[in-house]
Design a protein around this ligand. Structure first.
Ligand code: PLP
Length: 217
């Protein structure tokens, strides 16, 4: 790995869009190279791996958790995680809140929506999310902060389909912003776009792209 691909990706992202470098399965040495080049935000999808990297690397790195999170593994990341992109159920959110409280923290979270035409991807449906927001328990969760939404498009060459799915996520974001979070200035992120589709995602108003393989080639 050289820094060439990192520079190419970084230069293709407009100001106002945050690059989360997805470093899952990559060694600490490669993360250090990117750190030395100025990168401070890294995404991981396995709690124990993220914890080990957090312990080995400089403490001003912002660690974003991007994968499906099992409740029994929240404990590994709760003390330090900056943003959890992958809240996909009310019960997970409640457990994250519990661990955040234990650690005396407020943990920022994104609501992951199911937008793809695949049965393998996690995420809320609109109805599930609406039910959660209406539940009185939701308003009692004081140690989490909902910072926006996240979604993954279908893995396909069909760019029109990918664009349609990102438009749908942007629509969910706007609807939540006006109906539930209009007074919450922290509700502002749309995490969408990976190596193969981040350029479309940015056109559809992504604020955060999660890019791995295009950088670590
Ligand atoms: C692996 C992963 C990415 C990065 O995928 P690339 O295609 O390597 O850029 C982004 N988001 C999630 C949720 C991932 O699991």
């Amino acid at each position: 790995m050289g820094l060439l691909h990192y520079d190419v990706v970084l230069n293709s992202i407009p100001p106002g869009v945050k690059l989360v470098v997805v470093s899952k399965m990559r060694p600490v040495e490669q993360i250090e190279m990117l750190y030395d080049a100025g990168q401070r935000v890294f995404g991981e999808n396995r709690p124990q791996e993220m914890k080990a990297k957090y312990e080995a690397l400089p403490k001003d790195i912002a660690w974003h958790f991007i994968g499906h999170l099992q409740t029994n593994k929240i404990k590994y990341i709760a003390p330090f995680v900056t943003l959890i992109h992958s809240i996909d159920s009310f019960s997970l959110l409640q457990e994250v809140n519990r661990h955040a409280e234990k650690n005396n923290r407020i943990i920022s979270c994104l609501l992951q929506f199911f937008i793809a035409q695949e049965s393998t991807k996690y995420g809320f449906s609109w109805q599930e999310c609406a039910a959660m927001l209406k539940n009185p328990v939701f308003a009692t969760l004081k140690n989490i902060k909902i910072a926006g939404v996240m979604g993954m498009a279908t893995f396909t060459d069909n760019k029109a389909l990918i664009r349609e799915e990102f438009k749908k996520l942007h629509g969910y974001f706007m609807q939540l912003k006006t109906q539930h979070f209009s007074t919450h200035s922290d509700f502002k992120e749309i995490s969408m776009g990976m190596s193969d589709d981040y350029e479309i995602a940015i056109e559809e108003r992504s604020t955060m792209v999660r890019v791995g393989s295009a950088i670590f080639v």
